[in-house]
Design a protein around this ligand. Structure first.
Ligand code: PLP
Length: 438
């Protein structure tokens, strides 16, 4: 059972369910973490999809301590700035050059980054004189954090039911998921077309003049690592353009290499109007989020001559200098070590080895993924693809065995999810595969 002596709540853990990870992590180094019993474990979850450059990196720690010596904190409201916020925003815009991004709004994490994106989308439409565009369309199974806006566009009801009523005007449509979709479509191209056509139909049904934005993860993460067909994102961009709808890419997980490309949507040569970042932006060493908008959105908002042109949004910790310093050091490593490429190579190897090592098990419906985002889909019946009952503790039991075998993996409902550091090597791929096979 879960640890009832703790004086904090473990987020998203049901107190009645057996805990897979009743463990205390005390140390980290590279691709490993150590528990209080002294065992070194492969970090198969990369902290929480975020420790992309690995634990205990000297470069990041030195950047943090140097920044603490120089300036531990100052705000960036009131027209004030500091060097790290300037350097990091310039670097982000430079890294996002092919996507033509223009302005950054900093925050403290992924939920903040999404909330910022939704508010900026609404502000844009007011600024350009179309205030009636307030609706958001998103995908079933999608995850966009826990604030009211993000939870409202989340595609899984568990994140909403305890907190309803949510934001009005949030509509959820089907995910282009090859393994389980309402069309029973097994052809990726056809599925991409069907899903994009559903977006178009929904925009028309709602009235294009009322739709502010479509938001989605380039590859769905927490919903079960759902990789869309290759034609999906280009078709979605076309539909959004046809009706003027803004396209928001929630890159909180996929940003900075995890999906095997530097940015998730870049994997399909698509540019979104707004991108949300957190997690891998500084490998989780200090909380940080960033929402980046393109020229269209920035110019639209700035074109407002009265005070409505001000972005009435921002956090005390927007652009925290220590978090920005950690990001500059971490992104240097991501670029120098070409970690998106390593994620693609080791991710493909991990996925293939798992597919072959687990194929004989009746409960393994599918192993899927892109880059170092991998899910094992657990089923009652391989033929019908009926998922296991998430309350029976099966995924947790697998994770508990993996832990004993030297690897931390993440049970999420009916799936086991892997999101290790992007510095993963063949050796750790082997440990993960063996632990999961056990
Ligand atoms: N968006 C996506 C795609 C995420 O996966 C997450 C967290 O996992 C969030 C937003 C929320 O980020 P945070 O937990 O940092 O608030």
């Amino acid at each position: 059972m879960t640890n009832t002596t703790r004086k904090f709540w473990n987020p998203m853990v049901h107190p009645g369910m057996p805990a897979s990870h009743n463990t205390v992590i005390v140390k980290g180094d590279g691709n490993y973490v150590q528990n209080k019993e002294g065992d070194w474990l492969v970090d198969g979850v990369g902290g929480l999809w975020n420790v992309n450059v690995g634990h205990n990196r000297k470069e990041v720690k030195e950047a943090i301590t140097a920044q603490l010596d120089e300036l531990e904190y100052f705000q960036i409201f009131d027209g004030i700035s500091h060097p790290r916020a300037e350097e990091l925003s310039s670097l982000l815009i430079e890294m996002l050059q092919p996507e033509d991004m223009a302005k950054v709004m900093f925050s403290s994490g992924g939920s903040d980054a999404v909330e910022t994106a939704l508010k900026l989308a609404r502000q844009y439409w007011k600024a350009v004189g179309e205030a009636q565009r307030y609706k958001f369309i998103s995908l079933k199974q999608g995850y966009h954090g826990v604030h009211f806006g993000g939870a409202s566009v989340n595609g899984n009801t568990v994140f909403r039911t305890n907190y309803e009523p949510m934001l009005p005007g949030c509509i959820h449509i089907d995910t282009p998921w090859l393994y389980r979709n309402p069309w029973n479509c097994e052809d990726p191209e056809e599925l991409g077309r069907l899903a994009a056509a559903q977006l178009e139909a929904e925009i028309i049904f709602q009235g294009p003049e009322t739709v502010a934005a479509f938001i989605a993860e380039p590859v769905q993460g927490a919903g079960g690592v759902i990789v869309p067909p290759a034609n999906y994102w280009p078709l979605i961009r076309e539909v959004c353009d046809k009706y003027g709808v803004l396209l928001i890419a929630d890159e909180v997980v996929t940003g900075f290499g995890r999906s095997g490309n530097m940015f998730g949507v870049r994997g399909w040569s698509v540019a979104a109007d707004i991108q949300c970042f957190a997690k891998g932006i500084n490998s989780g060493y200090i909380p940080l989020g960033a929402t980046v908008v393109n020229q269209r959105v920035a110019q639209g908002i700035e074109s407002c001559q009265n005070f409505s042109g001000a972005v009435m949004h921002g956090y005390t910790y927007s652009g925290h200098p220590v978090a920005c310093a950690a990001a500059l050091a971490s992104l240097q490593i991501v670029q120098d070590e070409n970690l998106p490429e390593n994620a693609a190579v080791q991710g493909a190897s991990l996925k293939e080895q798992l597919q072959s090592a687990l194929s004989e098990f009746s409960a393994v419906g599918e192993v899927r993924g892109k880059g170092l985002m991998i899910a094992i889909d657990l089923v009652k019946d391989k033929a019908t693809r009926e998922p296991i009952d998430p309350m029976d503790g099966y995924a947790n039991a697998i994770a508990a065995v993996a832990l004993r075998e030297g690897a931390i993996v993440r049970p999420v409902g009916t799936k086991i999810i892997l999101s290790p550091p992007l510095t993963l090597t063949e050796k750790e791929v082997g440990i993960l595969v063996n632990a999961l096979r056990k």
